[in-house]
Write a protein of this length. Structure first.
Length: 123
């Protein structure tokens, strides 16, 4: 996996990279199964190591081309509460492996309709 290229007006590599990279990996590891979760559910799944605002920012990062151009779906539940779903953007060969893995697990694969241009992050 290539290293994430975080940026922003207040971003300082020495101060922020390790924290943001760790958040990115934790959120990815929870969401890569394409299941729907609220920000709070993700927060709990990563052992409280990140605020809901930080988790939301990492989900937005996944959509960016430099972070893989993944699909992040959002659906409204009620009273201002949303759920999120990550659909990893995979290369065609990885797509076949992903589909087979999901079928073997007895799950319906959720697939992105975006182009398959980037590799999945490795862990």
């Amino acid at each position: 996996m290539r290293e994430p290229e975080f940026d922003g007006e207040s971003y300082e590599t020495e101060r922020d990279f390790d924290r943001l990279h760790s958040q990115y990996q934790r959120v990815w590891n929870v969401m890569k199964d394409s299941k729907w979760r609220t920000l709070y559910q993700i927060h709990v799944a990563i052992n409280g190591l990140g605020t809901e605002a930080a988790i939301s920012a990492r989900l937005r990062d996944f959509r960016k081309e430099k972070f893989g151009n993944h699909t992040v779906n959002r659906r409204y539940l009620h009273d201002g509460l949303f759920e999120y779903q990550l659909i990893p953007n995979v290369k065609p060969v990885q797509l076949e492996l992903y589909q087979e893995m999901k079928k073997r697990a007895g799950e319906q694969p959720a697939l992105s309709t975006t182009k398959y241009a980037h590799e999945l992050p490795q862990h």
